[in-house]
Design a protein around this ligand. Structure first.
Ligand code: MG
Length: 172
């Protein structure tokens, strides 16, 4: 069993991970409209990863005897003025997600829930990578995307990203 507060926070995080997937899909849709298939590819894969995260948390709850409550997923309603904006929004969003994961960790820490702390270790590490990737994209866009030719090159780089299931294997 899990502590009620910790279980509630993880259950909320399941929803928030699915929201992240929705948000990144909306980025992908935007880039599709702009004709930037590489950027779209990057965010479709990002969305797949977020769904993995949600499924990993769902599994953790179930494995610990907690009934999962699926809530409505918020509608992503970002409107973008230029192709750099989703990247900035993505970086900001990942910093927010880090704060959410830290918050769950902190609740587990307070009650010495070592099992949950160990479970969350993967997510803590993952957030370092997510923030780095998102931050790097912002930097690359600032440095390299100065004209259509360099935007095309960046698009080609992002087209090469391949989906690999998250560390614990495919979502079950
Ligand atoms: Mg995530």
């Amino acid at each position: 069993m899990l502590n009620e507060k910790v279980a509630k926070l993880i259950n909320e995080q399941v929803n928030k991970e699915f929201y992240s997937a929705y948000l990144y899909l909306s980025f992908a849709d935007y880039y599709e409209d702009e004709g930037l298939d590489g950027f779209a590819n990057w965010y479709v894969i990002q969305a797949q990863e977020e769904m993995d995260h949600a499924m990993m948390m769902r599994r953790y709850l179930l494995d610990n005897g907690v009934s999962v409550k699926l809530d409505a997923i918020e509608k992503p309603n970002k409107v973008f003025k230029n192709i750099a904006e989703p990247l900035d929004a993505g970086f900001e969003h990942e910093q927010y997600v880090t704060s959410l994961i830290n918050n769950i960790y902190s609740a587990a820490f307070d009650i010495k829930d070592f099992k949950t702390m160990q479970f969350l270790d993967w997510f803590i590490k993952e957030q370092t990578e997510e923030e780095k990737n998102a931050g790097d994209l912002v930097k690359k866009m600032k440095m390299f995307a100065v004209d259509t030719k360099t935007i095309y090159m960046l698009n080609s780089e992002l087209a090469a990203r391949v989906y690999t299931p998250s560390a614990t294997g495919p979502a079950k």
